[in-house]
Design a protein around this ligand. Structure first.
Ligand code: GDP
Ligand code: MN
Length: 387
């Protein structure tokens, strides 16, 4: 789960990290009111995406009047950043924060490190909006220091990082304190990322988190009911949101073949085989091993609500999941919503005969597939308007 910058900063602050003061505004009036607290302020679009600065979502204002003008430009705008894709994100909230004079920008984050089964600090003396570029052209400017999950963060690790990124000696103590706050936040709230970019040295020699990003591990959210209040469903793909409510593993992709599959392995294989036949999947969708008719129906509705979907490929290997349950779900979905695209179905495994019978007697027009490759081939052709 992602949250907004202002929420990430609140959390970091609660863990003792140095963050600039700020106010959240949803209207131009609120923005102007907030700006009165400062001589100069920065208006920051609150959307779940990085790269806002370069896209025009971060602006400096020298007076409340200027802040009002900028707020009316940014609020309601569709911010298209490198991370949002061409559809962009509508800006509904602004963070009005004190403008800080920056001497130097650093990058600092903590994330999971699966190869070492631990955490890793990623840091650079070349932080700021060009960090992705630095990663490509000058990767040695970005350093990594592993931390143990059991021992937690230790001071000397912080000293190593500070030295490697060329942090001034006098900021070292605060830097170590910040890393300690970030690690505690990461571990206590089951994060998948805590990132400060830029972390800055201000003109008056202080360390300050100018931007913050905190992502949580969805699988651990049940341990943190308090975090659910931070969720902003405006920022989520409505299809992914609906899927999460039905406990479906669904991820939107940019192709045109909607896939309905059981089991993550089969879902991956299905995507690969669609690719082999020259097509592109519109999604990853694993209905799981214990899907009910309800769940399958919801999955179908999600696929059909995507205007990019030009054909649907149902690829089921019935094990614990029975083919007749899938068939019933498909038929029920078809009763309520018209299936406007070609439907290719490959069923195999438990209760396959029963499943085929349900589909055959439903009166639906279904393209039956003999096996997985045949199904993928047919789905790719159908999406092209062929068959
Ligand atoms: P992002 O582009 O979405 O990562 O948004 P950031 O919060 O990182 O803002 C983009 C850039 O704006 C930062 O990298 C800073 O260089 C600059 N910026 C943001 N806030 C301030 C500020 O208070 N003072 C100064 N001088 N620059 C700022
Ligand atoms: Mn940033």
């Amino acid at each position: 789960m992602k949250i907004h910058e202002y929420q990430a900063k609140d959390l970091l602050k609660a863990y003792g990290a140095p963050v600039p003061s700020g106010y959240v505004a949803e209207t131009v009036e609120e923005a102007a009111e907030a700006a009165r607290h400062y001589d100069r302020c920065v208006l920051k679009a609150q959307v779940h995406s990085g790269g806002r600065g370069k896209a025009g979502g971060v602006k400096l204002a020298s007076s409340p009047e200027e802040a009002a003008v900028l707020a009316s430009d940014i609020l309601g705008m569709k911010l298209v950043t490198k991370q949002t894709g061409p559809e962009g994100k509508i800006v509904r909230k602004l963070l009005i924060t004190e403008a800080v004079e920056v001497k130097k920008e650093y990058y600092l984050s903590i994330t999971g490190d699966s190869t070492r089964a631990g955490l890793v600090i990623v840091a650079s003396g070349e932080g700021g909006t060009e960090i992705e570029e630095t990663a490509k052209t000058n990767p040695e400017a970005i350093i990594q220091v592993p931390i143990s999950v059991n021992a937690g963060f230790r001071k000397y690790e912080g000293i190593d990082v500070a030295k490697l990124i060329g942090l001034p000696q006098e900021l070292q103590k605060d830097f170590i304190k910040l890393l300690d706050s970030m690690t505690r936040l990461y571990l206590e709230k089951d994060c998948s990322l805590v990132e400060i970019n830029p972390l800055v040295e201000t003109a008056d020699g202080k360390l300050l988190c100018l931007d913050a990003k905190v992502n949580f591990d969805d699988n651990a959210l049940m341990r943190h009911p308090e975090l659910m209040e931070l969720r902003d469903i405006n920022e989520e793909d409505p299809k992914e949101y609906k899927a999460s409510q039905y406990d479906l593993n669904y991820i939107s992709l940019d192709g045109n073949i909607g896939c309905l599959v059981n089991g993550a392995g089969l879902a991956m294989a299905t995507m690969d085989i669609i690719g082999k036949f020259g097509g592109r999947p519109a999604n990853f969708l694993d209905v799981g091993g214990s899907a009910t008719t309800e769940k399958v129906k919801a999955a179908f509705e999600i696929l059909l609500s995507d205007p990019n979907v030009k054909a649907i490929f149902v690829n089921i290997f019935g094990g614990i999941m029975k083919c007749d349950i899938i068939a019933e779900g498909v038929v029920q979905a078809a009763k309520e919503i018209s299936i406007s695209v070609p439907l290719v179905v490959r069923l195999e495994g438990t209760n396959v005969e029963k499943g085929r019978e349900i589909l055959a007697s439903s009166g639906m027009s279904i393209i039956a597939a003999a096996d997985m490759a045949d199904g993928a081939h047919k789905a790719v052709n159908a999406a092209k308007g062929g068959i």
